[in-house]
Design a protein around this ligand. Structure first.
Ligand SMILES: C[S@@+](CC[C@H](N)C(=O)[O-])C[C@H]1O[C@@H](n2cnc3c(N)ncnc32)[C@H](O)[C@@H]1O
Length: 229
């Protein structure tokens, strides 16, 4: 077990606080590296277990007959987008990421999956807030067959207070207007979100998928909310 502290590869100060990419040795001692992302001054995720980021893509792809156009809100370390790209039915992915610095670091390939995604011929990475995109008030322009949102921990535990508006009933209805017939809106959360589930249910066929992950000796339950209009 290697408990070496993370090294900061690059960092920046944004209107939302510090953003940083860090790396540390994999705790299995294999010599490989674990990458970490800090946003708004707090640890957001690492590359140690990305099963729920992948599940956001896989569960949505499995429910959608023809997922040709995909929108991903929140680049993070790129794992959701990378999983989407493995599905050959997908012709194009728009990724919208609020942190311009992270978009730049992705283009420079400062973490492996980030580089793969940002340079991929079927991907366009857009620097901006996904909220106006979901209201049809900013580019890129929908509709999309899949709209995947992983921008925050969920409405009950926000990192960015400004993201609260993304989860309001009006915003969810507008987001579903950006989803093609037969498509899926999917939202990742770090915990169960009963109010979000209740807000989505009147808007279409809605499922809550619970995902257990073992982390540092604890079982954490993440949740996905999938709605088909
Ligand atoms: C937890 S990470 C996403 C992880 C990603 N699913 C992955 O597989 O690596 C959340 C990302 O959303 C971005 N973000 C937060 N609020 C946003 C917003 N309103 N619009 C676009 N991106 C946002 C953050 O900067 C961060 O990169």
């Amino acid at each position: 077990m290697d408990d070496a502290p993370p090294q900061t590869l690059v960092s920046a100060t944004t209107p939302r606080g510090e953003i940083a990419l860090r790396e540390r040795p994999h705790p299995d001692g294999s010599g490989s590296l674990v990458h970490e992302l800090v946003v708004a001054g707090v640890f957001a995720m690492d590359s140690l277990d990305t099963s729920t980021e992948a599940a956001l893509a896989l569960e949505s792809l499995a429910r959608t007959h023809s997922p040709e156009r995909v929108l991903v809100g929140g680049l993070g370390l790129g794992f959701t987008t990378w999983q989407v790209l493995k599905d050959k039915r997908v012709r194009h992915v728009d990724v919208v990421e609020i942190e311009t610095d992270l978009v730049e670091w992705a283009r420079l390939g400062l973490a492996p999956t980030l580089g793969l995604v940002a340079r991929h011929p079927r991907v366009s990475v857009h620097a901006g807030d996904v909220a106006p995109v979901l209201r049809g008030q900013a580019t890129p322009v929908g509709p999309w067959d899949l709209v995947l949102l992983d921008v925050d921990n969920g409405p009950s535990f926000l990192v960015h207070e400004g993201n609260e508006r993304l989860y309001s009933p009006d915003a969810l209805r507008a987001a579903l207007d950006q989803v093609s017939p037969g498509g899926t809106l999917a939202i990742w959360a770090a915990q169960r979100e009963p109010e979000l589930l209740a807000a989505l249910q009147p808007l279409g066929t809605t499922e809550e998928v619970l995902l257990d992950v073992e982390r540092e000796g604890r079982t954490l339950t993440y949740a996905l909310y999938l709605t088909r209009p």
